[in-house]
Design a protein around this ligand. Structure first.
Ligand SMILES: Nc1nc2c(ncn2[C@@H]2O[C@H](COP(=O)(O)OP(=O)(O)OP(=O)(O)O)[C@@H](O)[C@H]2O)c(=O)[nH]1
Ligand SMILES: [K+]
Ligand SMILES: [Mg+2]
Length: 441
């Protein structure tokens, strides 16, 4: 028999209200035992006073009972709204464990919902994404997927593939001369159309992954150009150490930014120079590696040196670079708005000059990168791998050769797509997906 699990579903620590979730065959009996009263009517909040087995009061709150199968997990579920204190939490957990319930594993509620067929894998992933969403774009994307946007499309693709496989298999049973003339041509045209569809979704999926993960923006520049000061200014907090000493930053320091609703990960790096000390040299290596993988680079120069510019930084500039001339408040001569073919902004991390313009520029750059075209449905590398496998199975096959092999390729494509929604799955895959959830989800 399935065991009954419990978890604090809201954040731990002090809070006005904490939400607890119980799921499994023993959840209703646990509520009756703790409240000493009959269950409230299904899906209606009822006031409860909870006591442990010794009659010691635990808390006073609200309880909701969702009889199976009409619940999130498909099992009998009880939700409790109690006060969010540590002592209440400890007392309730102890009382539930005495009643035979056990703490839920991360993602276990969603896993049970998946196993009960309440949601598919892509929807389960979307729940985790929604909980982790930091920007409006991430929230919108996660909601679309949670409401079945990707699952519906995948099922439509699979249905088309299953139809093709059926026609190919029927054709195998025809004698060569009885094969309808255009059958093979029609099957091939349809498979090509589907492959093109997948290719379009794969291209859009790059945007989907970038929205989920955040666009990588990396600050580079000579020591003391003011990279860490700019990071702190953009983050609105002292995330990185700033000092007048050249070579202050060594490790890559990341902050998450919401740029006009679009997500970015801004990284501060060690100042570029021929470092003598081993630790700083390692910092410079990390800076270079990070800059290479960045979606967008912010090349920071000390404007007081203008028109002289640091050569190591200039060498890193490419068409995905924005030049920042920092410490502009110290300069009276006019500064350029273009450096080495890249747009340049005069800014002052110290006074805040030009920071609004910088934020606007970044928000626009992200919008150009992430918006436009159809809303992406593929949002994870896992989805991309499955869609790419399906497209590969459809690529370069021809029903003119061997009908059996062609049918096989079409079935392989359908199976690859099925992995997105969990039609074809393994324990391992489920562990990987649900393991990244927080407890109580
Ligand atoms: N006047 C002025 N000073 C600034 C400005 N931005 C940074 N500084 C100063 O420049 C010095 C270096 O700043 P950091 O932010 O540590 O520079 P960095 O580029 O991160 O330096 P490293 O980590 O050593 O590579 C500090 O003394 C800052 O206070 C600015 O806009 N104006
Ligand atoms: K410094
Ligand atoms: Mg620094």
């Amino acid at each position: 028999m399935t065991d009954t699990i419990y978890a604090l579903a809201s954040g731990a620590g002090r809070a006005g209200v904490a939400v607890w979730r119980l799921s499994g065959p023993g959840s209703a009996a646990a509520l009756e035992a703790l409240s000493g009263r009959p269950l409230p009517p299904p899906r209606r909040a009822g006031r409860v006073r909870l006591r442990d087995a010794a009659g010691e009061p635990i808390d006073d709150g609200l309880a909701l009972w969702f009889p199976a199968p009409h619940s999130f997990t498909g099992e009998a579920v009880v939700e409790l709204q109690l006060h969010g204190g540590r002592a209440v939490a400890r007392a309730l957990a102890a009382a539930l464990e005495r009643l035979g319930l056990r703490p839920a594993e991360p993602g276990e509620f969603s896993r049970r919902a998946f196993l009960a067929g309440k949601i598919d894998l892509s929807q389960a992933e979307a729940i985790a994404d929604l909980v982790a969403a930091e920007t409006a774009a991430q929230r919108r994307q996660a909601l679309r997927q949670m409401e079945g946007g990707l699952a519906r499309e995948v099922e439509a693709w699979r249905a088309r593939l299953v139809g093709l496989a059926a026609r190919l298999e029927a054709a195998i049973d025809f004698a060569e001369e009885d094969l309808p003339d255009d059958l093979i041509a029609r099957v091939e045209a349809e498979a090509a159309a589907l492959a093109a569809d997948l290719a379009a979704h794969l291209a859009a999926g790059r945007r989907g992954e970038a929205v989920r993960d955040g666009v990588e923006i990396t600050l580079i520049g000579a020591p003391n150009a003011g990279k860490s000061s700019l990071l702190n200014r953009l983050a609105g907090r002292e995330a990185a150490i700033v000092s007048a000493e050249a070579g202050t930053t060594r490790d890559v320091i990341e902050v998450h930014l919401d740029l006009g609703g679009w997500p970015a990960i801004l990284a501060d790096t060690a100042g570029l120079r021929e470092a003598e000390a081993a630790i700083e040299a390692e910092g410079v290596r990390r800076a270079l590696r990070r800059a290479e993988q960045a979606d967008l680079k912010l090349a920071v120069f000390d404007a007081t040196h203008w028109p002289e510019l640091d050569a190591a930084t200039l060498a890193m500039i490419d068409d995905a670079t924005l030049v920042l001339l920092n410490k502009s408040e110290l300069v009276t001569a006019p500064l350029p708005d273009c450096v080495a073919g890249c747009p340049a902004l005069a800014v002052s991390a110290r006074r805040g000059d030009g920071i609004e313009a910088l934020l606007d520029h970044l928000a626009l750059a992200l919008e150009q990168r992430l918006a436009g075209g159809a809303a992406p449905l593929l949002t994870r590398s896992r989805h991309r791998a499955a869609a790419e496998a399906a497209r590969a199975a459809l690529d370069g096959w021809s029903a003119r050769g061997d009908l059996g092999l062609a049918a096989e390729a079409v079935r392989a494509a359908a199976a690859a797509l099925g992995r997105i929604t969990g039609r074809v799955d393994s324990e391992e895959l489920l562990d990987a997906i649900f393991g990244e959830f927080c407890i109580g989800k």
